[in-house]
Every structure is written in structure tokens, then in C-alpha cells.
Design a protein around this ligand. Structure first.
Ligand code: GDP
Length: 335
């Protein structure tokens, strides 16, 4: 039975990736930090087949212990301070976890497997996936963005992710580790955190429909994003680690929509007009915005045979429907 160790197991991608790997017959281990972590209960409830192992991306020895204990075939490093807005408030912590966290995990793999140089190939035993991000492209140098587009990150989060990306490439080249970096564009689902604009909109639309909320305060509604479905994107992660040769891949839909398009579709799904409910609030406007992010995922399509299945409209509707069901249940329970 193949074994996978996942950091960031309680996040959206951790959930979908675990589901995907469990369905493929994997034994899945989730790395959890600290004592009495409340997130444990979330895992027990939603992913009862995932085993827990203790460890912290800030603590090198704990990662080595986790790797030695689990003896994984594959490690997926999904953990990060992933909210761009928060990364300006906690830039150093973002660098430590999102950036250096990847290095610590690679070191844990290198030291455990004894990989010492690309010639020895001894690091080939544990395959490593790094969750890289389209935020690394930031102030974009070309459109659409591919694996060869230079980075120009525009937030402490993007800068930290760029470090993690390069250190992954470096450990592949230096030690022969099967390390891959997946440069994923925005990907959403009903499990997306409510701080992200997609989920913030679908949750608000559902609550407004149910009379639980009156308006939705957003920042800039003009930016465009290449939004895909997280369930499609975790398949790409797995395909990268299954490929013969480790490499880096851009994953996205190649289509962009504005924040206000997302709002129009979400409110429209419930028979509401978004313009009646959305207001602008300067507190949600960022110090710097990334430019037009749009993926050229042709390499992943050609080499991995990957393509997304869920369309933008299907994604928005899936999220709205899930939030309507959830909020109806919650309000019925509290009535
Ligand atoms: P990101 O691409 O990882 O930063 O994902 P987000 O979902 O956080 O933001 C997507 C875009 O929506 C960015 O351009 C934000 O500036 C814009 N946006 C507008 N209003 C909001 C808001 O209220 N919350 C968030 N999170 N983003 C907003």
C-alpha cells in the first residue's frame, strides 16, 4: 500500500487530495502541529481514514521524526500561511512557514534518505510535491504565464512561495530528489476558507437569500483571476509525483473572470442581483495587486494528460448550492 504524508491536511487541498489518494488505495498521513490542536476533530469528522502524525514546519527535528515514522512514498507540502492579505501583517511568519517550511521538509527527506548528490540518486526514494502559486508571477512579465515566465511576486506570501519553489528545484537538481513544484492558479470549492473572495461571495449570497445578512462588503471587484476547482487540481499534484521525470507544471484553466463576474453568477444562481447587495469597503483593498493572472497549462496537458473537468459556472454554482444548504441547516438548527 503506497503511503502519502500531507502537510496542510486541514486545508481545502488537504481534504481533496486525501480523498483522492484514499480512493487510489493510499495510506494517508496528515501532519498536525501542537498539542490538543482543535483541527484534529475536524479531521476525525471529515476524513476518518486519515492518520495523524505530529510535526511542525517550524521544527526541523519534528519533520525528520514524522518522515522516519511514516516512511512515506510521497510527501505533499500544502501547508502555508496562504492568505495574501494576512501575509502583509505577518510577513516574517509567512517567510518562516510558507518559505523555509518547504526547505525543512526537503531537508527531512534528504537526511532521512541519505540523498547526497544528484549522482547518487538516493533521494529518489521519497517523492516531494511543493504547492507553488500563481502569486509568484505577480506583476506579470508575460500573459498567459507558463513554467518559463519569470517571477515578480507582489506580496510577502508570493515572495515566500517563490523561495519554496526555487529550493524545490534546487533539491531536485542537487540531490536527485523526485521533487516537483505545481504552480497552481486560484482553485476553489465549497471547502475554500471564507476569507477568500470566492467563498466570501457564495456564503454571503446564500445568507442574503435566507435573510440572514443584508449586504456584502468587498474590496476591488475589477481584478481578474483564473479560477478552477480544487478537486481537479489535486489530481494534477498526484500525476506530477507519478510521472517518470520530476518537473514543474503550471495548473490552471486558461480562462479568467473578474471578481464582479463571480458575484454576478453567484447571486444570479439564487435569483438575486449582485449590484443590489455588494458595497465597496476600503479595508479590503490591498497595498498591491497582482496583474492579470492567466495560466498556460499546455505542458501539464501534454506531459501529464491533465485537464480540468469543472467549468467556471459549475464551480460557482456548486459553491453557492453548498452554502445555501449549509446555511439553511444552521439557521434551522438555531431557530
Ligand atoms: P488571491 O488571489 O489568493 O489573493 O485570492 P483572494 O480570493 O483572496 O482574492 C482574489 C481577488 O479578489 C484579489 O484581487 C482581491 O483583491 C479581490 N477582492 C476583492 N474584494 C475582496 C474581499 O473582500 N476579500 C478578498 N479575499 N479578496 C477580495
Amino acid at each position: 500500500m503506497p503511503r502519502a504524508l500531507i502537510t496542510g491536511i486541514t486545508g481545502q487541498d488537504g481534504f481533496y487530495l486525501s480523498e483522492h489518494l484514499l480512493a487510489q488505495g493510499y495510506e494517508v498521513y496528515g501532519l498536525i502541529r501542537g498539542q490538543a490542536n482543535p483541527k484534529l476533530q475536524i479531521i476525525e469528522r471529515t476524513l476518518p481514514d486519515v492518520r495523524i502524525v505530529e510535526g511542525d514546519l517550524l521544527d526541523q527535528a519534528s519533520l525528520m521524526n514524522a518522515v522516519q515514522k511514516v516512511k512515506p512514498d510521497e510527501v505533499y507540502n500544502l501547508a502555508a500561511i496562504s492568505f495574501v492579505m494576512l501575509s502583509w501583517n505577518q510577513p516574517e511568519l509567512t517567510g518562516e512557514i510558507t518559505g523555509l517550511g518547504a526547505l525543512r521538509m526537503l531537508e527531512a527527506i534528504r537526511l532521512t534518505t541519505g540523498a547526497s548528490s544528484s549522482r547518487s540518486k538516493s533521494g529518489a526514494g521519497i517523492r516531494f510535491y511543493q504547492a507553488s502559486s500563481s502569486e509568484m508571477f505577480g506583476k506579470v512579465r508575460e500573459t498567459p504565464q507558463s513554467e518559463t515566465t519569470p517571477f515578480h511576486p507582489r506580496s510577502p506570501y508570493g515572495v515566500a512561495k517563490a523561495y519554496a519553489h526555487y529550493i524545490t528545484v534546487n533539491y531536485r537538481e542537487s540531490y536527485g530528489i523526485h521533487a516537483c513544484s505545481g504552480i497552481l492558479f486560484n482553485h476553489e470549492s465549497p471547502k475554500r476558507g471564507p476569507e477568500f473572495v470566492s467563498r466570501k461571495i457564495t456564503l454571503a449570497a446564500a445568507r442574503i437569500k435566507l435573510g440572514l445578512q443584508k449586504e456584502l462588503l468587498l474590496g476591488d471587484i475589477e481584478p481578474r483571476r483564473d479560477w478552477g476547482y480544487a478537486g481537479d487540481y489535486v489530481r494534477a499534484m498526484h500525476l506530477m509525483l507519478k510521472a517518470k521525470k520530476p518537473d514543474d507544471y503550471v495548473i490552471g484553466t486558461g480562462e479568467t473572470h473578474q471578481v464582479k463576474d463571480f458575484a454576478r453568477l453567484a447571486f444570479g444562481r439564487l435569483g438575486l442581483n449582485w449590484e443590489d447587495h455588494v458595497r465597496t469597503d476600503p479595508q479590503f483593498i490591498r497595498p498591491a495587486e497582482v496583474d492579470l493572472l492567466i495560466a498556460d497549462a499546455s505542458k501539464a496537458k501534454k506531459e501529464l494528460g491533465w485537464k480540468p473537468d469543472v467549468s467556471f459556472r459549475q464551480l460557482v454554482e456548486m459553491m453557492v448550492d453548498a452554502d445555501l444548504a449549509q446555511e439553511s441547516k444552521l439557521s434551522a438548527a438555531s431557530a
